[in-house]
Design a protein. Structure first.
Length: 95
């Protein structure tokens, strides 16, 4: 079974964020960075990967995505800053 990922994209530190799930994190982040995916991330220019987590399968990743989307914003900010306190773009780490 293929691994799954939950990820958070942002347009800037403490800015607009987007939570998604995918089975191919490098490809999905590249698509967001290029503006290839119509919708929220393109509209708000959420092009910076600031957080991600790997799961054994995509189903578990999607379940976590749903839970996280229901969280309060401050909880989401805390998760990002625990892993990435400077809000660095993490895409280069995926290469």
């Amino acid at each position: 079974m293929k691994a799954g990922y939950v990820y958070i994209m942002a347009n800037k530190r403490n800015g607009t964020i987007y939570i998604g799930a995918t089975s191919d994190l490098p490809q999905r982040v590249w698509q967001h960075k290029q503006g290839d995916i119509p919708g929220f991330t393109k509209r708000y220019r959420c092009r910076m990967l600031v957080w991600h987590q790997c799961f054994e399968n995509l189903h578990d990743a999607r379940q976590q995505e749903i839970r996280m989307k229901a969280w309060k914003r401050r909880w989401k900010m805390r998760v990002i800053e625990e892993l990435n306190p400077n809000w660095n773009g993490l895409y280069g780490d995926l290469q």
